[in-house]
Design a protein around this ligand. Structure first.
Ligand code: 13P
Ligand code: SF4
Length: 333
């Protein structure tokens, strides 16, 4: 039985705006409701530690999309950002997909408005559009193939050399793929507000202080950071790298949430968060960190905010995601 909730200001505020009894043990209550409602909790590596600890599955964008596709649960409580929840809804429309805070967006998604992207596409009519999953459903609907940081390189390499490509919306990932594949692509000029802020100077100083430490970076980072990195990969690839490496110290140039799983996987190793170019905690994604245990509890209790989508948009957006998942299986990524 769903308790009633005032939905009138949900879109404006972003989350269920109710007092939470401070005596409630949120973790126990969330687990109880999860069982009762046949819900699954999916969390991205950038979520707060306590949310990661509660999740049924923790992963990167590709892993989460795959889990969302195959779940048998009736409700997907998605602890990530809006574009990830949309992807879950596109792949599994009969499920109720909940996002604890609707304002959990992404600078890459908001930096690529559909009308401007449609005009950009028109300027390059003979190009295939490969789009990073960090974009809205409307942008996915305008794309030919979606990719994530786990499979972008192999997907680009699978396209015949004669085919011209638009790569959007992350210019840094695009530049990195161009460099590693030797392929020219037309890039949309978007970036991640977290990954573009790492300081080359401060990282160089850290490397001097920890000469044995390996610098590992996400491909959303700016080129000068990638150029001095020992390893570049998606969040999942970074986690696998530290787990399998004989090295003991790592400077990690991505969102800080991933350090939690690294520390669990390798309790004897040292992980240092790469510093941003100012004094704030800018390597915390402000969107990812909008999700809190209180909001998770309220979202599951009231089954709100729910991701809803027009069916024709969903079907259009599904095509390039399906193409990615099929290609990814074929290419073994
Ligand atoms: P991955 O999860 O694909 O590594 O992407 C990182 C990211 O920025 C997600 O928003
Ligand atoms: Fe978007 Fe960057 Fe946050 Fe990922 S870390 S959700 S790319 S703003």
């Amino acid at each position: 039985m769903i308790n009633t909730v005032d939905k009138s200001n949900l879109t404006e505020i972003g989350y269920v705006d109710q007092e939470v009894d401070p005596t409630i043990d949120l973790v126990t209550e969330i687990k109880r409701m999860k069982q009762e409602k046949n819900a699954v909790i999916l969390a991205h590596f950038y979520q707060e530690n306590e949310i990661q600890d509660l999740a049924d599955f923790i992963g990167d964008s590709l892993g989460l999309a795959r889990q969302a596709e195959k779940t048998k649960a009736d409700i997907i409580l998605f602890c990530g950002v809006h574009f990830m929840c949309e992807t879950a809804k596109i792949l599994n429309p009969s499920k109720k997909v909940l996002l604890p805070d609707l304002k959990a967006g992404c600078s890459l998604a908001s930096g690529c408005p559909p009308d401007q992207f449609a005009a950009f596409k028109k300027e390059h009519p003979d190009h295939l559009v490969i789009t990073y999953i960090n974009c809205s459903a409307e942008i996915k609907a305008l794309s030919d193939i979606i990719c994530t940081s786990s499979n972008a390189r192999k997907i680009v390499e699978s396209i015949p050399l004669s085919q011209k490509i638009i790569f959007a919306p992350d210019r840094n990932l695009g530049k990195y793929i161009m460099k590693t594949t030797g392929r020219e692509m037309v890039l949309w000029n978007g970036s991640c507000i977290v990954h573009e802020l790492f300081s080359l100077e401060k990282i160089t100083r850290l490397k001097n202080k920890y000469p044995g430490a390996k610098l590992i970076s996400h491909p959303e980072c700016e080129t000068p950071i990638l150029e001095i990195s020992d390893f570049i990969g998606s969040t999942n690839a970074l986690l696998n790298f530290v787990s399998n490496s004989p090295d003991k110290e790592f400077i990690v140039a991505t969102e800080t949430g991933i350090l939690h799983q690294m520390q669990i996987a390798c309790p004897d190793k040292l992980f240092i968060a790469a510093p941003p170019d100012n004094s704030c905690a800018c390597n915390d994604c402000p969107f990812m960190k909008l999700n809190t245990l209180e909001k998770l509890y309220l979202a599951l209790k009231y089954e709100q905010p729910e991701i809803l989508m027009d069916e024709s948009l969903r079907l259009q957006a599904l095509k390039p995601i399906r193409r990615m998942l099929d290609l990814s299986d074929k290419l073994g990524v």
